[in-house]
Structure formats: C-alpha cells, structure tokens
Design a protein around this ligand. Structure first.
Ligand code: HEM
Length: 404
C-alpha cells in the first residue's frame, strides 16, 4: 500500500506539487487515490501508454479537467468532451487553422500586435510580462479568431482570470468569484451567438465554421455553439502567456543561459530564446494535469484500473520524469529534443493549438528581448499560480533601461 498522501486539492499539492510527483513516480506504476477511487498517472510511460489507447480505454464525456471528473463540475459540450469518432469529426472542422502552415498565416499579425502593446510598456522600464503583455496578446488573438470585437478583450480577459483564480485552500472552481465570472462570460458569448443567428454574415473563422457546421445531419444548438466559443476562448488564452512569463523567470535564475540568449539576441538571432520557451514548457508544464474516466477495465503498467474510475494525466510530472530526461529538475535550454514528449499531450486529444502556441510564445519572447535587451526580474513582484489545473508563473515583473 502506498504511503503517499496525494490529493490534487490539498493545499500542499496546489502550492507545490513537484515533491508529490517525484514520490509517485518512484512507486513505478499509477498511484491509487482512495479518496476519489481513482488513479494519478505521474510517470511518463503510464500517461504515454494510456494516451496511445485513449479511445479504447477512456471516455472524455465525463469531463476533461480535474474539476469536472473529480468534483462533478459542469462539462461544456464541445469536441474536447467527446469520444471518437464524433471527437475527430467536430475537432477536424478547424484542424486546418492549426497546422504549422495555418498558424504561420497569423505570424505577421501577431508580431504587429505584440509590438503595438509592448511600445508603451518600454517607456515605463518595468512591466508584468503575463498581465500587461503576453496574456493580452493571446486573449486578443483568441477573440480575433472568433470574430469578437477587440475593444471587449480586456473584459473577457479579466473574466477568464477571475474564473480560473483559486484562493488559498479553495477546492475547485466553485467560488463566488469563479462562478460570477463564468456566468458573465457565458452570457456575453450567448448574446454574441444570438447576434450571429440574426446576422450570419458577420461570422468569421472558427465561429463561421461552427455556425455552419452540419455533421451527420446535426447542427449545433445555441447553447452548444456558445460552449464552443467559450472553450476555444479559454484554452487559447492561458497556457502560452504562463510559459512566456516563466521563460523570463527561468533565464534570470540561470545566468549563464541568460547571457547566451542575450548575446545571441544582440546579434539579431533568437534560436536560443525559442529553445528557452520550449524548455520552460517542459520544466514548468503549464497544463499541470488533465483528466478522463476509464470506460473499461484494463491493466496499466501494474495497476488494475476499473471502468468508471477517474484518471489524472499529470503532464507536469511526466515532463520531469527521470527515466526520460537527464537531470529533469534542471532548466536546460540546450537539452536535446527527446523522441517522445508529453508537453502537448499525446493521442487523439493532443493539443490542437500546439503550433499556434509555440508561434505566439516565440514571437513574444523574441520581441520582448529585442526591445529590452538585458533585464532583471523583480522577485517580490512575481507570483506562481496556485491550484490543481494550471501551473507556472502568473506574474513575472521585469525591469530594464526605459526607452526615451
Ligand atoms: C504552451 C502552450 C500550450 C500548451 C503547453 C498546451 C498543452 C495542452 C495539452 C497538454 C493538451 C492535452 C489535453 C488532454 O490531454 O486532454 C492540450 C489540449 C488542447 N489545447 Fe493546448 N496547449 C497550449 C496552447 C494552446 C493554444 C494556443 C490553443 C489554441 C486554441 C490550444 C488548444 C487546445 C485544445 C483545443 C485542446 C483540446 C484538444 C482535444 O481535446 O481534442 N492549446 N493542450
């Protein structure tokens, strides 16, 4: 029997889960959580194997986040909470937009947006990378892809932050602040859906695709369409800015690597800066964990999993697995890419926005470095995220020589 008392909702795990992850990986198989009659998958191989057969072993219809699966929180009905073959059909509708070529089409616009929002910050000589820049860029971009008015971006950005906020000790996303924000965001998007129904000609990009979608004779109801917009807005906004902010923190705490990145940047090259972003996505994997439910009995590397049991796929732990990475707890931008990675998941539900996320992240890191050059992190104005779902840096303030 395991001696590890792991609960993803304990204060200790929400504050710093990495010691729990290391201990669970040492157990050499999935970790049973009696409180939830479920399993925490902390080892790379366990998540990889389960993901490879996810269509056979698991259902997403009981939720995809820990809150939905363990606490019974509301499950938005989108392709993210569907199983194959429906999942592939509904996800496939917007697949083209997310291929490397599809993402690349946004490059110029994203770079221009980043420069525009960065310019006034440069005069201040100090700013919070997450809140004042990166999260604004990703939110405006997510809204652009849905055809939402840019002038509303600050509103929905604030609502998403409030929805995902966790007070210390808070279990799940049910606080008044979370619920009020979710309700307002849903209401805002539901109103937009009504507008789209009356004036379908205003629909663009993903919104147009889902508004017109007809799969096997089924069209989306107003509520379903609202959930699509809601989910796409949220998933497109959060993980990338957390990783951008973390990149600056990690470089600051690894001075030799920072010096190499700055030296290259001074020559107009940013290859190492891009590697620093990707290494941050491994070292401080922002998704922390996602969840599903077993739909059949199966053996997973020594664990007898029963149909109906919840499974946590802890990506942040897998990406620190010592059987896959040498010195996994060290931030090392020179690390060679491994043959397999779980940074963006694996299998049918692998991250749809992977190429877009990397593109946005690299542009942000590059443009900040180009503009500020050397910088210092203001340590007492930095904050790590708290909670079970997202992980990493939600505030990283840097200071630098202000521009005239
Ligand atoms: C550094 C940035 C990002 C990271 C590390 C990341 C990571 C992940 C991971 C690990 C999953 C797997 C989910 C699962 O196992 O259930 C996922 C799913 C997903 N991601 Fe990302 N993501 C990033 C950026 C983005 C962006 C920019 C978008 C834009 C829309 C996006 C859209 C999605 C969607 C739609 C899914 C669900 C796919 C499905 O269920 O079929 N992601 N992401």
């Amino acid at each position: 029997m395991s001696t590890i008392d792991y609960d993803p909702y304990s204060h200790e795990a929400m504050k710093d889960p990495y010691p729990f992850y290391a201990a669970m990986r040492k157990e050499g198989k999935p970790h049973y959580m009696p409180k939830y009659n479920g399993w925490a998958l902390a080892r790379f191989q366990d998540i990889w194997d389960a993901s490879s057969k996810v269509d056979e072993y698991c259902t997403f219809t009981k939720g995809q986040t820990p809150g939905q699966v363990l606490l019974g929180e509301l499950i938005p009905q989108t392709f993210m909470t569907m199983d194959a073959p429906e999942h592939r059909k509904w996800r496939g509708l917007i697949r083209q937009e997310f291929t490397p070529e599809g993402a690349k089409q946004s490059e110029e616009r994203l770079r221009a947006l980043t420069k525009e929002l960065l310019a006034p910050l440069l005069k201040k000589g100090q700013f919070d990378i997450y809140r004042e820049l990166a999260n604004r860029v990703t939110c405006i971009n997510a809204g652009y892809n849905l055809g939402l008015p840019r002038e509303d971006a600050e509103k929905w950005r604030g609502l998403i932050d409030d929805m995902l906020w966790r007070d210390e000790g808070q279990v799940g996303g049910g606080s008044e602040r979370n619920q009020a924000a979710a309700g307002q965001l849903f209401g805002y998007l539901a109103e937009y859906v009504q507008k789209l129904r009356k004036n379908p000609e205003i629909a663009t990009r993903y919104t147009k695709i889902y508004l017109d979608a007809d799969i096997d004779g089924r069209k989306l109801t107003d509520e379903e369409l609202t959930f699509y917009l809601f989910s796409l807005l949220v998933v497109g906004s959060e993980t990338t800015p957390i990783t951008v902010a973390g990149t600056f923190w990690n470089l600051q705490h690894n001075p030799e690597q920072k010096a190499a990145v700055l030296k290259e940047g001074a020559e107009g090259k940013f290859g190492l800066a891009h590697k620093a972003f990707l290494e941050t996505a491994r070292y401080d994997q922002p998704t922390n964990m996602l969840a599903r439910v077993a739909k059949t009995d199966f053996n997973l590397n020594g664990a007898e999993i029963k149909a109906g049991q919840p499974l946590l796929f802890i990506y942040a732990s897998a990406e620190r697995d010592e059987t896959v990475y040498t010195n996994p707890d060290k931030f090392d931008l020179y690390r060679q890419p491994t043959e397999k990675s779980l940074m963006f998941g694996h299998g049918g539900h692998k991250c749809l926005g992977m190429h877009l996320g990397v593109l946005m992240g690299c542009i942000l890191v590059e443009e900040i470095l180009k503009a500020v050059g050397d910088y210092e992190v203001v340590e007492d104005q930095c904050e790590r995220l708290y909670g079970e779902h997202l992980s990493g840096w939600g505030k990283v303030t840097i200071k630098f020589k202000p521009h005239a």
